[in-house]
Design a protein around this ligand. Structure first.
Ligand SMILES: *[C@@H]1O[C@H](CO)[C@@H](O)[C@H](O)[C@H]1NC(C)=O
Ligand SMILES: *[C@@H]1O[C@H](CO)[C@@H](O)[C@H](O)[C@H]1NC(C)=O
Ligand SMILES: *[C@@H]1O[C@H](CO)[C@@H](O)[C@H](O)[C@H]1NC(C)=O
Ligand SMILES: CC(=O)N[C@H]1CO[C@H](CO)[C@@H](O)[C@@H]1O
Length: 437
């Protein structure tokens, strides 16, 4: 904004001042005519015409420059370039807390976002999140971005959305996807993120062929990255963000297959209230939701820990929690628990993994996952417990208690409150429906 104002100080009037001494010079070779010269009028024209045309050209040039700059600025594009430049100059701090660092939040015009995504063309659609579709966009200068268009039901106004987005933009960690800007115009609420080249974790993990690319070393890196990102959201960011919808499709992968959590803070931006521990709008995906959240709308950092546990089981086993063993009404958590209690934990491990150096380490991960999905939120560890558990083999792990058996009926996306989640016991005998508040 400041820069924009300073550009406004350009004036389009152009004054040419000549000292009197120049005009009355008697020198015959003077470029400026002498008043008493009989050919004065002719000479004057020789001077005035070129001088004023230079002035006109210069003024026009300045004007065109100014208008073009303004147009570009309206498109929001140069602001983004500015932001990208400064981001490159600033060193990525490893612990990532940037609470006191000022972040510029570029505002894009709807026209520019629309142009970048080819009018939100279906061909550019990357996916559909709980809050709206995501498109790939290419800016004028060739930068690739991901554009999330929030669906219209957001309860928030212009100012609140902008404030929330600015807070979220300040959260910077190498395991979080960076928010680059937003567009708030008329009914449109759009967020612009950095673009991730290797899509999301589910794209690899749940594909028979692509799963091979994820060897054990890569999976360990992914697990540790997610844990670090989540720990930052829970503990070290000033906002203490609860993600509420952690799942493989929200774990994006960069060019080196490093994981980055996306969609964090969405509940905030979308108009939810993070400081309230009870919500009447349940966002999230069945299969990854803790029982207290799915049934009572109670959420805490422990509900994210639950989702992390499910994610961990999925990464180790290469199997999807939802849609697993559907006929037996037993899902991945139940299956893992059954194997674990029968000392057959290693049967859970993805058979495609052939670079495992220590099965003991893999079993540790299963143990940690089962600790995270325990029925009672109080029993579950926090992320600051989980991170050392993952990285330090001498941390003693407790034996997990029975996990929550919440049946998952491939219900995806955010569910309205009055949708009835179906609960089903382990043996499949009792199926009851309960209403979320
Ligand atoms: C950025 O990091 C490099 C290497 O870690 C260091 O040499 C350099 O001084 C840092 N620059 C700033 C501006 O902190
Ligand atoms: C969010 O919660 C805080 C504290 O509970 C409350 O003061 C505020 O009014 C709530 N905002 C909305 C939009 O519900
Ligand atoms: C690993 O855990 C043990 C036991 O809790 C602790 O004594 C040790 O300092 C930890 N090592 C590291 C590198 O954190
Ligand atoms: C594992 C994988 O597919 N990695 C790819 C990530 O994206 C870069 C750039 O497109 C590719 O070169 C990698 O092969």
């Amino acid at each position: 904004m400041k820069q924009f104002l300073s550009n406004n100080t350009f004036t389009n009037d152009f004054y040419l001042k000549l000292a009197r001494a120049d005009l009355v010079s008697k020198d015959t070779n003077a470029t400026i005519g002498v008043v008493t010269d009989p050919g004065f009028k002719n000479q004057l024209w020789k001077i005035v015409v070129p001088t004023s045309s230079i002035a006109v050209v210069v003024t026009l040039g300045l004007f065109v420059y100014y208008v073009r700059r303004r147009k570009l600025r309206r498109k929001g594009e140069d602001l983004l370039l500015l932001d990208l430049d400064t981001a490159q100059k600033a060193n990525n701090s490893e612990d990532g807390d940037s609470g006191n660092r000022e972040v510029q939040m570029p505002l894009f015009s709807f026209a520019s976002v629309s142009a970048a995504t080819g009018n939100f063309s279906p061909a550019n659609k990357l996916g559909e999140g709980g809050f709206g579709p995501v498109y790939k966009g290419i800016l004028l200068k060739g930068n690739e971005v991901a554009v999330k268009r929030l669906s219209k039901r957001s309860g928030q106004g212009w100012e609140e959305l902008k404030n929330e987005a600015m807070l979220i933009a300040k959260l910077q960690h190498r395991n979080l996807v960076r928010l680059l800007g937003c567009c708030i115009e008329r009914d449109e609420k759009i967020l612009i993120y950095e673009y991730m080249l290797n899509k999301s974790l589910d794209f690899f993990l749940f594909d028979q062929e692509k799963r091979r690319i994820l060897n054990w070393r890569t999976r360990v890196r992914v697990i540790e990255g997610i844990a670090q990102g989540l720990l930052y959201l829970h503990q070290y960011s000033r906002l203490r963000i609860i993600h509420r919808d952690l799942k493989p499709s929200n774990i994006l992968l960069d060019i080196d297959m490093n994981p980055k959590i996306s969609d964090f803070g969405m509940a905030r931006i979308f108009g939810g209230n993070e400081s309230q521990a009870n919500t009447n709008r349940i966002v999230g995906t069945y299969g990854y939701m803790s029982p207290e959240y799915a049934l009572e709308g109670l959420f805490s950092i422990k509900s994210d820990v639950f989702s992390f546990g499910v994610l961990l089981l999925e990464i180790v086993s290469g199997k999807k929690n939802t849609g697993f063993y559907q006929h037996d009404c037993l899902h991945l958590i139940g299956y893992a628990w059954e194997l674990w209690t029968n000392d057959r934990g290693s049967d859970l491990v993805d058979p495609l993994l052939d670079d495992i150096s220590s099965m003991q380490m893999v079993l540790r991960y299963v143990n940690i996952a089962l600790l995270c999905v325990q029925e009672s939120a109080d029993d579950r560890p926090t992320m600051s417990d989980v991170v050392p558990m993952l990285s330090n083999e001498s941390v003693v792990l407790p034996y997990p208690k029975e996990p929550a058996f919440l049946n998952v009926r491939s219900m995806s996306k955010a569910n309205p409150v009055n949708n009835k989640p179906q609960i089903c016991s382990l043996n499949g005998a009792t199926i009851s429906t309960m209403e979320g508040r």
